[in-house]
Design a protein around this ligand. Structure first.
Ligand code: NAI
Ligand code: 13P
Length: 346
């Protein structure tokens, strides 16, 4: 069998580390960390998030080394840092590189996120991470890694499935070679935008599902939220130009089930704390953990305004999280909302 190509991972966080350990089952992995002390310590201790790092992983603090050794690179950093990260590495990237990101968030440019106009956020200001890669580098062959991939479960060696989305068969095939293992099933799709957006948008519904649990509500209303939430995800996807198919596969329903029902999801747990009575500021101040869904909620709610989308769940969640609207009132609004038909998009 031919030797698998070495792979670079950008970001030594929870998901970057989980993916590095999965990749190292098949090949050598260089993980780029921007923190020199952490790089040195991890190479010495070889332990991260309570699990041993595979012997085929090496941490590096110099991105030039990653770009030189690896043609296939997985950026896995939070969405609000993604553009900065791309700008800091772009001089080392060549058209021969392939970038497949694992980030589940959106990029906003051209306006200040802290002062959104009442008219909302225009579509032209919102970008996916693959848009950002193409805007900031000469790389053409891009892809997204998505699907139900709770990092904690992956770190603990539990099985899962991922989706590699790319317009290029070559990108999907190369990713499969380095990722497929007894722990991970890998699907491929050409529906890049749909798969990317499904992974991003489901975090908002996971946040909402956590809120319901925090308030003490049961499975019936959780099921309604997840089902109607999926409808809103599809409407957002279509308004942003994507097909709806991906939303019904592993990248959509699959990731939604995992994230909107698991205490290992940071988005779900963030919502749980809000539902338990903590304010946004309190949760933010006491949590080290990243919950992309909070920022995505802010972006999509303002995007819905400018696109004139009917997304009552998104609107209610926004008001609960950002405007302290009482959950009981929000529930009343949703239960009495004049939904005309159950399924109106197939
Ligand atoms: N944790 C999870 O279960 C999953 C996370 N994701 C996505 O992966 C992305 C990252 O999440 P986590 O790894 O969990 O977050 P994390 O907060 O654990 O780690 C993020 C890492 O990115 C690094 N970083 C930030 N800016 C950087 C830059 N400019 N250059 C280099 N490194 C930089 C940070 O130092 C940190 O080590 C998010 O978009 C998340 O939605 C996707 C699937 C599962
Ligand atoms: O995308 C995810 C799992 O697939 C999200 O997990 P978190 O809610 O922990 O960020």
């Amino acid at each position: 069998m031919p030797k698998a190509e070495p792979v670079g991972v950008i970001g030594a966080g929870t998901f970057g580390t989980a993916m590095a350990n999965l990749l190292a089952r098949n090949t050598d992995v260089l993980v780029y960390s921007r923190n020199p002390e952490l790089t040195e310590r991890l190479n010495r201790e070889r332990f991260r998030f309570g699990v041993p790092l595979n012997a085929r992983i090496r941490l590096v603090n110099d991105f030039a080394e990653v770009a030189e050794r690896c043609q296939l690179i997985l950026p896995i950093v939070p969405s609000n840092n993604f553009r900065d990260m791309m700008q800091s590495i772009t001089e080392h990237l060549r058209p021969s590189h392939v970038l497949i990101h694992g980030t589940k968030g959106l990029d906003v440019t051209g306006l200040d996120e802290r002062h959104i106009p009442t008219t909302g956020i225009d579509r032209k200001n919102v970008h996916t991470m693959t848009d950002v890669i193409r805007q900031e580098s000469v790389v053409v062959r891009v892809g997204a890694l998505t699907g139900p991939n709770l990092a904690r479960e992956l770190l603990d060696g539990q099985p899962s499935a991922s989706v590699i989305a790319s317009k290029f068969d070559e990108v999907i095939d190369r990713a499969k070679v380095v990722l497929k293992s007894r722990q991970l099933h890998v699907f491929g799709t050409h529906d890049l935008l749909g798969a990317e957006l499904a992974g991003v948008l489901k975090n908002v519904i996971a946040l909402g599902s956590g809120i319901l649990k925090g308030v003490g509500l049961g499975k019936n209303i959780q099921a309604m939220l997840i089902t109607r939430g999926l409808v809103e995800m599809v409407h957002f996807g279509q308004a942003l130009g994507s097909d709806k198919r991906a939303f019904f596969g592993t990248a959509g329903i699959g990731d939604l089930i995992a994230t909107a029902t698991s205490k290992k999801s940071r988005n779900y747990m963030f919502g749980y704390r809000i539902g338990s009575g903590e304010s946004l500021e309190e949760v933010m101040a006491t949590s080290q953990e990243l919950a992309e869904g909070v920022r995505t909620l802010m972006i999509t709610r303002h995007l819905a305004r400018s696109l004139r989308l009917r997304v009552p769940i998104t609107e209610m969640l926004y008001q609960i999280v950002f405007e302290q609207y009482p959950v009981a009132e929000a529930m009343n609004y949703l239960i009495t909302y004049p939904y005309d038909v159950d399924v109106d998009f197939l």
